[in-house]
Design a protein around this ligand. Structure first.
Ligand code: M6R
Length: 607
């Protein structure tokens, strides 16, 4: 949930660290700090609040001399977001400073042990135990102290370590938290995410669990947890720094909404060849697919809602039963999973702790795992048996948009491809589905172009609370629409399967309760229309999302936003766009911090 960076070179470290932290701020932003080594001692500057405050305090780093340092932007888990709980943390003797992303689960026991040994704690964090352990185990050999410390830790961690006895050297170690090393010319870096590295270098090393690295300006060496040196492959980042910048948009979220046609094209286009879908990374033969008697989709948040949409497409086309499970529930549910279950694990970041745990749980019961992941080289991508990347490019806004639509695109490809392999759809249905999917990027662009009026609609509907309703695929979109609204505008929003309203919640409907009705599933449009009539009869103001040309809805709803027509199985990818924009403009009207909503972080690497 936090972001960490490190730099060693011959130029001033603090500005490099602050810039890197700015690029990682989406990972957590309740406090920030840097530690820079200069003249034999470590200077720590930290503040509660945003990185801008830290930049102000350090005059953009100019006030903190030194050519080696570490930095941290925090999403608080242990201890309030105060100055004292902010990282970096120092050892009592001032020799070590560390930054940490993750959670040390056994920190209470370690803390008691260290206090008994005379160590003094300043903060309430789990992290502080680590820096005192380093001091405790240090006998002149930093690597040995890091290894002994790591051996005592339970939980997840990516640690960046600075020591006064090695004035040009950084140490890092990882376990279940992302950590990437950047290879520069005469300088080297580490970060939680490549977005903080691409402005310096495109050559990176992805560290694996249990690995320890030593970085000097001229070299990087990596060893395993026994201390044995290992050779790591160097990967090349394929996207440019501009992809991780706002490019003239006021917010990353708006930029990422607008990028959806291109992102979905990147997810789809390489997978069509000669009019057919080729999922080269899914090496399951028709015979192996025939052994699958159940598909489980597991994920969290929006990725879970993408799974809810995907379920309709897979069941309808492949006729395989699909269960969609929240990863945080599945991991503890003693799931009925065996070698005949195919588990689709969906995650933008590829680092979500609950999703990783659910994956491992299913794997241990014999299931094959297909990861649908955006971040290349992430933990889920590595753990899965097969990975289909969504190729959305870097997504910075905490609220996912292009991450979600590209997940849908990949799920649709999967559904059509598997249905055809199993002979569950005929040649004509296959051709039509392929054509529909090929048109998705263009239709997404049209959807964006058709919804220019949304800022004014949003200002009329963004009241204290909203209801989102729909049936089947439209219900899945309603779930995502309500989450977007809650997440960035802080307005209360409920999503309901339209047919469920009269089983209780319709009691909440009155003239103060706006309803957003998603009405893009043609087979069920009439049914949703009757639900619209029912809520209107109770005074609700209704905004409908419908296919262009749906005349019936114009006479019933107060406002309608139209999307282009597409086979209803795939309509979620278009219908969600007006809901993303609605949430965006509602949040903007309320003056919310759209890219960094309160209490949230982009990548939820803790349980
Ligand atoms: O990185 P992941 O896709 O695994 O993240 C899952 C959720 O945390 C994520 O979708 C979250 O719900 C978003 N902030 C919603 O916009």
């Amino acid at each position: 949930m936090c972001g960490i960076v490190g730099f060693t070179g011959s130029r001033s470290a603090a500005p490099v660290l602050l810039k890197g932290l700015g690029q990682l701020e989406y990972r957590g932003y309740d406090s920030a700090g840097i530690a820079v080594l200069d003249g034999g001692s470590i200077r720590v500057e930290k503040v509660s609040g945003r990185i801008a405050k830290l930049c102000e305090k350090t005059r953009d780093g100019a006030a903190v001399p030194g050519v080696i340092g570490i930095g941290h932007t925090r999403w608080a888990t242990h201890g309030a977001p105060t100055d004292v709980n902010a990282h970096p943390h120092l050892s009592n003797d001032g020799r070590f400073a560390i930054v940490h992303n993750g959670i040390i689960e056994n920190y209470l026991a370690l803390r008691d042990e260290l206090i008994a040994d005379g160590y003094v704690f300043e903060s309430e964090t789990d992290t502080e135990t680590v820096v005192h352990l380093l001091e405790h185990y240090y006998d002149g050999d930093i690597k040995a102290a890091v290894m002994k410390t790591a051996a005592r830790l339970e939980g997840s961690y990516a640690l960046g370590i600075l020591c006064t006895d090695a004035p040009d050297t950084l140490y890092v170690v990882r376990e279940a938290s992302p950590l990437i090393l950047g290879i520069g010319v005469g300088e080297n870096y580490f970060a939680s995410d490549v977005t903080a590295l691409v402005s310096h270098t495109k050559n990176v090393i992805y560290l694996e669990d249990g690995e320890i690295a030593r970085l000097t300006p001229a070299s990087i060496t990596v060893c395993d947890c026994t201390g044995r040196e290992i050779q790591k492959p160097i990967s090349r980042v394929t996207w440019n720094v501009e992809a991780a910048e706002k490019g003239g948009y006021e917010h990353f979220m708006l930029k990422e909404i607008m990028e959806q046609p291109a992102a979905v094209k990147a997810a789809l286009a390489p997978r069509f060849r000669d009019g057919r879908i080729r999922l080269d990374d899914l090496e399951l033969t028709a015979e192996e697919l025939r052994q699958v008697n159940k598909i489980i989709i597991t994920a969290c948040g929006s990725a879970y809602y993408a799974g809810c949409s995907g379920r309709y497409a897979i069941e309808k086309l492949c006729r395989i039963p699909v269960q969609v499970e929240l990863a945080s529930e599945l991991r503890y549910s003693d799931p009925m999973v065996d070698e005949h279950t195919l588990v689709l694990v969906i995650s933008q970041s590829g680092e979500t702790a609950d999703t990783i745990a659910a994956l491992k749980e299913c794997r241990s019961r014999g299931a094959k795992i297909l990861g649908i992941v955006n971040v290349v080289g992430s933990t889920i991508a590595k753990l899965a048996d097969y990975t289909l990347y969504t190729w959305a490019g870097p997504e910075i806004a905490v609220a996912t948009t292009k991450g979600y639509t590209t997940q849908l695109a990949v799920l649709y490809l999967f559904a059509v491809c598997v249905a055809e392999k199993l002979g569950r759809i005929g040649a004509e249905q296959y051709r039509n589905a392929v054509r529909a999917l090929q048109s998705l990027p263009k239709l997404l662009q049209q959807t964006i172009d058709m919804n220019y009026q949304l800022p004014s609609v949003a200002s009329r509907y963004a009241s204290r609370s909203l209801f989102f309703i729909g049936r089947n695929t439209d219900y899945a979109v309603a779930l995502e629409g309500a989450l977007k609204m809650k997440e960035i505008s802080y307005l209360h929003a409920e999503s309901y399967a339209a047919g469920e309203l009269k089983h209780g919640t319709i009691a909440l409907i009155d003239e103060n309760q706006p309803v957003i009705a998603v009405c893009c599933n043609e087979a069920l449009a009439e049914k949703t229309l009757s639900n619209i009539v029912e809520v209107k009869a109770r005074g609700a103001k209704v905004l409908a999302v419908a296919f262009r040309g749906n005349k019936g809805i114009v006479s019933q709803a107060d406002d309608v936003v139209f999307i282009p027509r597409i086979d209803s199985i795939f309509s979620a990818a278009l219908a969600v766009v007006p809901l993303q924009l609605l949430a965006y403009y509602a949040a903007k009207e309320k003056g919310c911090d759209i890219d960094k909503p309160k209490n949230l972080a982009k990548s939820v690497t803790v349980e």
